[in-house]
Design a protein around this ligand. Structure first.
Ligand SMILES: Cc1ncc(COP(=O)(O)O)c(C=O)c1O
Length: 441
C-alpha cells in the first residue's frame, strides 16, 4: 500500500469515529449555576460596564480547598505551588497564597509578580533563564528555589549566587521525553548522577530536589509512568547522592474535572473534515472528553509516590497545578453592540482578551444574562476585531439576543488572561466578584 492509500484508510477510520457528545442535561445544569447568579453579574455590569474579566473568588477558593484536601489526604506534607503562567492576575495568585500555597514561576516577570505577594514561597523553573533572572532569584534566596534546567544553568547559577555571596536552594528538572520537542526541558534521567556530581562542588547552589512536569493529563497514567522511572533512577544512585534529595516536584498538568469541551472542529474527526470541507465549521453539537476527578489523581499519585519515591528517599512532594485551580475562577462579560441579522451579533469585547482563536475549536456556552433561557439557540456571536476568527460562539443560551444584551462566557480562567494580546481593541478591566460567606454576607 502506498502512502496516500494508507493515509486515506486512516482518514476514513478517523472520520467514521465520533467523539463523545456532550450531555445536554449536564450542560444546562452548568448554565443554570450562572443564571442563578445573574443579578450579581448584571450588577457588576451596571457598575463597571463591559467588556470585563470577572474573578470568581468563590470558585477559586472552592477549587483550592478541593485540590488541597485531596492531595493532603493522600500525600501528607505535600506542598502546593500555583503555576502563575496559567493566570498571572495578582488577585488570583494572592488569594491562593492566602490558602497556604506557594507560587511556581517561569520568568523574571513572573518572579517579580510573585515577589510582590507577601509570604509567597517561590519555585522558579523554565529553560534558558537569563543572567538577570538568575540574579533576581539569587537576590531573594530566602524565598526562591531555582529548578535548574541544564548543566550550563548550574554553572551560571553558581556564578550568580557566588557574586551575591549567598547559597541558593535548588533542584534539577528532568526531561519526561528524551526525544522530540520536550527535550528542551531539563536534563535526561541518565545524566542525573553526573549532574549531582557537578552540583556537589558548587559552593553556592544547594541542589536538593528533582522536578518534572507533563501537560494535559486527563488521567494520572503519564505522571505515574515517569514517577516510576524517577524511582528507579533514585534506586540506582549511590546512597550518599540519594540522601541529598529532600524534595521531588511532580509538576502540574491536571485537567479540570469538567473535561475538555470541544466544538466539532476541535475533535480529531472534525479537524480532518474541516480540512477537506471548510464550510462544515459549526454543527450545533458539542463534544466532551472526560477527565479524572482530582481525588482519583491524588489517590493514584499518592500510591505511586509512596511505593516508588518515599520507600527510597525521605523527601517532601511538591506539585505545581495551574489550569485546574484557575479554570473556573474567571469569566468574561460582554455586551452586544450590533445585530447584523437574525443569526449574527457583534460584541463590544473581542477575543484579543483571551489571546487565541479558542472558540473555533473549544466549546463554552455563551449565556445571555439579559434574556435568560435554558435553551441554546443558534446564531453567530462574534467579537469586534477585524478578523473573521474573532468567534465567541455559534449559539447562545437565551430567549433572544439584541443590542445592549449582556453576555457571559464562563470558565475562562486558564491560559486566556495570561495569553491576552494587545491587538486592535483595548484589554478589559478586571473586577473581583467576592465570595459569599456562609452567613450570606
Ligand atoms: C513547569 C510547569 N509547571 C506547571 C505547569 C502548569 O500546568 P497546568 O496549568 O496544566 O497545571 C506548567 C505549564 O505549562 C509548567 O510548564
Amino acid at each position: 500500500m502506498d502512502d496516500i492509500e494508507l493515509l486515506l484508510k486512516r482518514a476514513a477510520e478517523m472520520l467514521r469515529q465520533e467523539s463523545p457528545r456532550m450531555d445536554r442535561q449536564e450542560l444546562v445544569a452548568f448554565v443554570r449555576t450562572f443564571l442563578h447568579r445573574r443579578e450579581a453579574f448584571l450588577d457588576i455590569n451596571r457598575r463597571h460596564g463591559s467588556p470585563l474579566y470577572i474573578i470568581d473568588e468563590q470558585a477559586l477558593l472552592d477549587r483550592a480547598g478541593q485540590f488541597g484536601d485531596a492531595f493532603r489526604r493522600e500525600i501528607p506534607g505535600i506542598r502546593l505551588f500555583y503555576a502563575l503562567k496559567s493566570n498571572h492576575h495578582p488577585a488570583i495568585a494572592s488569594r491562593l497564597v492566602g490558602t497556604g500555597m506557594g507560587l511556581d514561576v517561569s520568568s523574571g516577570v513572573e518572579l517579580t509578580t510573585a515577589l510582590a505577594i507577601a509570604d509567597a514561597m517561590i519555585i522558579f523553573s523554565g529553560p534558558g533563564k537569563l543572567p538577570s533572572e538568575l540574579a533576581l532569584a539569587v537576590a531573594h534566596a530566602d524565598r526562591v528555589t531555582v529548578l535548574i534546567d541544564s548543566f550550563g544553568e548550574l554553572a551560571r547559577l553558581e556564578q550568580a549566587a557566588g557574586d551575591a555571596g549567598v547559597i541558593i536552594q535548588a533542584g534539577v528538572r528532568l526531561t519526561i521525553d528524551e526525544r522530540g520537542l520536550w527535550r528542551k526541558f531539563g536534563i535526561p534521567l541518565a545524566d542525573l548522577e553526573r549532574f549531582l556530581t557537578e552540583a556537589a562542588v558548587c559552593r553556592h547552589v544547594a541542589v536538593k530536589g528533582l522536578q518534572f512536569h507533563s501537560s494535559w493529563n486527563m488521567n494520572p497514567d503519564n505522571q505515574i509512568a515517569f514517577i516510576t522511572r524517577v524511582g528507579a533512577a533514585l534506586q540506582a544512585l549511590p546512597k550518599k547522592k540519594r540522601a541529598r534529595i529532600s524534595f521531588v516536584d511532580i509538576g502540574g498538568g491536571y485537567w479540570p474535572m469538567a473535561g475538555e469541551w470541544l466544538q466539532a472542529a476541535g475533535t480529531p474527526e472534525g479537524r480532518l473534515r474541516q480540512m477537506i470541507a471548510p464550510e462544515t465549521a459549526a454543527t450545533g453539537v458539542s463534544y466532551r472528553y472526560v477527565s479524572t476527578p482530582i481525588e482519583i489523581f491524588a489517590r493514584r499519585l499518592g500510591e505511586t509516590v509512596k511505593s516508588e519515591l518515599l520507600s527510597r528517599v525521605d523527601c517532601t512532594i511538591y506539585t505545581e497545578p495551574g489550569r485546574w485551580l484557575c479554570h473556573d475562577a474567571m469569566h468574561i462579560l460582554l455586551t452586544v453592540i450590533d445585530k447584523k441579522g437574525d443569526d449574527l451579533v457583534i460584541t463590544d469585547g473581542a477575543t484579543n482578551a483571551i489571546g487565541w482563536e479558542r472558540f473555533e475549536t473549544d466549546y463554552f456556552p455563551v449565556i445571555n444574562l439579559s434574556r435568560p433561557d435554558e435553551q441554546e439557540r443558534p446564531g453567530l456571536v462574534l467579537g469586534s476585531l477585524c478578523t473573521p476568527h474573532d468567534v465567541w460562539g455559534y449559539g447562545y443560551y437565551g430567549s433572544d439576543i439584541q443590542p445592549g444584551d449582556v453576555l457571559l462566557i464562563p470558565a475562562q480562567g486558564a491560559y486566556t488572561y495570561s495569553l491576552r494580546q494587545n491587538f486592535i481593541k483595548p484589554l478589559p478591566e478586571t473586577v473581583v466578584m467576592p465570595s459569599v460567606r456562609p452567613d450570606g454576607s
